[in-house]
Each structure stands twice: as C-alpha cells, then as structure tokens.
Design a protein around this ligand. Structure first.
Ligand SMILES: *[C@@H]1O[C@H](CO)[C@@H](O)[C@H](O)[C@H]1NC(C)=O
Ligand SMILES: *[C@@H]1O[C@H](CO)[C@@H](O)[C@H](O)[C@H]1NC(C)=O
Ligand SMILES: *[C@@H]1O[C@H](CO)[C@@H](O)[C@H](O)[C@H]1NC(C)=O
Ligand SMILES: *[C@@H]1O[C@H](CO)[C@@H](O)[C@H](O)[C@H]1NC(C)=O
Length: 482
C-alpha cells in the first residue's frame, strides 16, 4: 500500500532525526530481541493491576522476556498504554490512577500499562515537548518488541496520551512496524505543536483510528494549552473546546476566598481543570457504559449553539470516548456537545425552533429566556437561554440542554425574562410576540415533535408569565394552528 510505504519512509526519517549520536536502529530487525536495540530506552513501562491501580509494582522491560511473565501480562487480552504529559512536580498527577482504575473496571482482563517518562517530562516545557520524540520512539520499540517476541497483535493496542503524551503516542504510532489499532489524544498539547509538521505531532496516520478530545483551546493558536486544529479522524470539542464549565476563574477565586489554603490547592487543580477535563470525560465513558455521551458533527460551534447539528444521519453523531464508532473519513471530523460541570457529564440536547409573530416590526438582541421541559419521566425547569436575536415574522433555532433524562417530552413552557439591569427602552413599552407552535428535535433520541399553543396562539411578553405548549393533537390540529 502506498500510504504504508510513505509512512515507512517518514519513520526512517524520524528515526534518523531522533537517533543522531546513537547506534543505527532503523534497519529491519530480523532477529528479535537484539539487546542493543533497547539500550537507549529511558521510558519505563509499568503494568498496573486492578488490585493496585495506584502503584508501579511491576515493570515490563523491553528485551527481557521474563519481565513479561513476572508481571502476569495477559497475552490474549487488549492492552491500554497510558502516556502522561508535562509535569511541574516530577510526579504522576492524580488522574493517572483514576484512569487506570476506570480502564480495569470496564475491561477487567486487559493490561493497563503506564509509561513513566517523568524525568523527561519535568524539564523546561520546550525541552519536554521535544522529548516526546524520544518517548514515542521508546513506546514504538516496546510495542514492536511485544509483537516480534510474543506475536502480540498490534490490533490489541490502544494508546491513550494526555497533553504532551498525546504527541508521544502519535510519534510511537508513526514508528511501529505495523499500525497500532487506536490512539486517543486527550487534549493534545498546543504550544510548539499547533503549527508543527504532522511528522512531529499526533495525526490521523498514526493509528488505524485516532480520536481526540479538545477541552482547553482558549487563546491564540500556539499559545493555547490544547491544540486547536483537528489532529485525528474524529476531533471532539466539548462545550466548544475553548474551556469547560466549572473551570472558570470566578469559581477559582471563590474557592480561595471560602477555603483559604486548601482552596488555593484546589484552585491549582482548577487552573488545569479544562485541560484535564478531557481525561475525566474519557473516564466517564468507561464508567457509564449504559449512558454513552453523544457528540455531533458540526461545521462550527456557532452552528452547534443554534441547535442546527443534532442529526445522526450518515454518521453525523457518535459516542464520545471509549465506545466511539470508528468512522474514518479523509478529513478530520469536528464534533461538538455540551456537558455538565461535573461527573457524570452527560446532557440531553434539544433543538428548539420557533416562529415569532408580531403586528409591528421589531428586532430584539441578546434576550434572556427560561425554557422548561416536562417529560414522562422527569422535568427540567427554567433552563436559561439567551437568544442573540429575535425579530418579527422570522423563525429562530437554538440549543437547549439539560442533565435530566426527562423521558418523552410532553410540555414545553417559555418565559421571556427581564434583564437584571434597568433598561429605559422597556419602561413604557413591553415587547410582545405571539407563538403558535414550537418544534423540538431531540439529539439523543432523534425524535422530532411539534408543540402547540393550547389556545391556538400564545403571547410571549417580556417580564410576564410563561407561555405553555403541549403536544399537538394529530395532523389536523397541527394544520388548524398553522
Ligand atoms: C486473560 O484474558 C482472557 C480474556 O481476554 C481471560 O479469559 C483469561 O482468564 C485471562 N487470563 C488470566 C490468567 O487472567
Ligand atoms: C513535513 O516534513 C516532511 C519531511 O521533512 C516533508 O516532506 C513534508 O513536506 C513536511 N510537511 C509539511 C506540511 O510541511
Ligand atoms: C407578520 O405576519 C402576520 C401573519 O402572517 C401578519 O398578520 C403581520 O402583519 C406580519 N407582521 C408584519 C410586521 O409584517
Ligand atoms: C416589516 O418589514 C418588512 C420587511 O422589512 C416590510 O416588508 C413590511 O412592510 C414591514 N411591515 C410593517 C407593518 O411595517
């Protein structure tokens, strides 16, 4: 295959670059386990166990077959390889063991390996960033050795890399003799990588399937903590990808004010909060098997905010995280979703479409509304929504989401709020629109429903009571009201 040959050529090129000053290793290895191949490996491969997910108890040492036996590596199970990112403290961050635990909970027979490259990861950022080449090379050698020595299939290998670790995983994927099954990039690092040649960073060619979560892409490119451009087959941008709910500075300061020093420590967590959210979303997908979080293909986050992208036709929607459908397209697919501020993160998405009638021509901007959804199971009241614009005799579409699984939707109410600040414009004149029907489409169930005003027409006045809409009774009722 041409692509494969090209990849091999890049591998050699990449090898040459990082192997300068070392003995040549790019030549085909026809005898497995040549000791000299492994002498340069500094990364350590800790096979964690379900019983002790927190500790490095046994290391797999490339070239030493007995280490694999001693660590009870299961040759028939799949293997997860977790690669951490840059670290200031030189220690594992607390998410490592949480991810290991969640992987074992979902796949009890699997092998979960944590790559320890802490020494190389605790340098000046730029140095650690360039060390991803060395780490990727180490991981590739390790994986190739497992295949050559034990016939362990690379179809069983799933690399999970966070921040700089995502690029190390990408480099590893470029260098292995055969393609690795899957790489998951958890908010791959942005600085030094946003504009880097794809031979130096995570890219779709690095595994049979590459999925990426982008959770902290705020700021100008190359200064953003997480990479902004799509680098996988599927690139998911939760909450637009720039930052995550529950992670804002206001909440950080509040924590410090409330909790003093302890708050300060938690605040440090909040600084990394959006970046690390990528990991916790993935953990969520491992733990809540029966409630997969859905993401939707969309051309922009603005279009997603308008509720225009909740379709599942032709693979337009997918599961976030572990149970993603491995849909591969030539170009990266950008997907979006909303989440809660804490675990479990799943929300239910609805597109709401309304035609605003009025006798006068009016245009109002940035108007606050409260939407309530009443369903067969639960209700979700007073969901705040700000509409950028509403105007006479036009249809507007917007996104409403709630963490509550309301079941089948029965009633929708809508209330037009007054702004909290006094506005002279509305002192003597209360704007009013009339609404006949509300169209709602559920992203999670893909159901489309129409809701009618009980009286044929309902009036929505700013600062007044809520207008109520119920399921339209059959086709005729819908027609009568139109
Ligand atoms: C290895 O994993 C397989 C499933 O892939 C499982 O059936 C088997 O019991 C495991 N072996 C050991 C020794 O745990
Ligand atoms: C990336 O680097 C390779 C090898 O030097 C080069 O052939 C390729 O054109 C570069 N790609 C881009 C997009 O610059
Ligand atoms: C809006 O449409 C309604 C019904 O079609 C019509 O009665 C009304 O005059 C229109 N309003 C304006 C401002 O044109
Ligand atoms: C409202 O605006 C539309 C388009 O700008 C115009 O055609 C219509 O005549 C206006 N109606 C009234 C009642 O001013």
């Amino acid at each position: 295959m041409g692509g494969r040959a090209l990849l091999a050529a890049l591998c050699v090129w990449s090898h040459c670059l990082v192997a300068l000053g070392e003995e040549p290793v790019a030549a085909p290895r026809n005898t497995a386990g040549k000791k000299s191949d492994f002498s340069g490996i500094e990364s350590k491969f800790s096979l964690r166990t379900p019983e002790q997910p927190y500790e490095d108890t046994c290391f797999l040492v490339p070239g030493q077959e007995n280490s694999v036996t001693q660590c009870n590596f299961n040759h028939t199970s799949k293997t997860f390889v977790v690669i951490h990112g840059w670290t200031v403290t030189g220690m594992y961050e607390s998410w490592v063991s949480k991810l290991v635990k969640a992987l074992y909970k979902r796949e009890p027979d699997s092998n979960v390996i944590v790559v320890d490259w802490l020494v190389r990861a605790s340098q000046h950022y730029t140095i650690s960033a360039s060390n991803t080449e060395l780490v990727g090379k180490d991981v590739a050698k390790f994986v190739d050795w497992m295949e050559e020595q034990f016939g362990y299939s690379l179809n069983n290998v799933h690399l999970l890399g966070y921040s700089l670790g995502a690029h190390a995983a990408g480099i590893a994927g470029k260098l292995t003799n055969r393609k690795i099954s899957r790489i998951t990039g958890l908010d791959p690092a942005g600085p030094n990588f946003e504009y880097a040649n794809e031979t130096r960073r995570l890219s779709p060619d690095d595994a049979i399937f590459v999925d990426v979560l982008h959770t902290y892409t705020r700021g100008s490119p190359d200064r953003s903590i997480g990479i902004q451009k799509p680098v996988g087959h599927i690139d998911i941008y939760p909450n637009g990808g720039s930052f995550q709910p529950g992670c804002n500075l206001g909440e950080t300061l509040l924590l410090i004010a409330e909790k003093g020093f302890q708050g300060f420590q938690e605040a440090d967590q909040l600084v990394k909060c959006s970046h690390e959210r990528s990991i916790h979303l993935f953990i969520d997908s491992l733990l809540y098997e029966e409630k997969p979080i859905m993401a939707y293909r969309c051309k922009s986050k603005e279009a997603f905010e308008m509720g225009l992208c909740l379709s599942c036709r032709k693979n337009r929607c997918n599961n976030l995280g572990y149970k993603v459908n491995k849909v591969r397209t030539k170009r990266s697919t950008k997907m979006y979703l909303k989440t809660r501020a804490k675990a479990p993160y799943k929300v239910f998405h609805y597109q709401v479409k309304i035609h605003f009638f009025a006798k006068k021509n009016m245009t109002e901007t940035n108007q606050p509304f409260l939407i309530s959804l009443f369903g067969t199971e639960e209700e979700s009241k007073d969901i705040p929504v700000t509409l950028p614009e509403i105007s006479t005799n036009k249809t507007f579409s917007f996104l409403v989401y709630t963490a509550v699984d309301i079941g089948d939707l029965l009633i929708v109410t809508m209330k037009w709020e007054k702004e909290s600040i006094f506005n002279l414009k509305y002192w003597w004149n209360t704007p009013e629109f009339s609404i006949q029907r509300i169209r709602v489409k559920s992203g999670e169930t893909q159901k489309k429903l129409v809701f009618c005003s009980r009286d044929g027409i309902s009036y929505l006045r700013k600062g007044r009571g809520a207008a109520e809409f119920v399921r339209c009774l059959g086709k005729n009722a819908a027609k009568e009201n139109s």
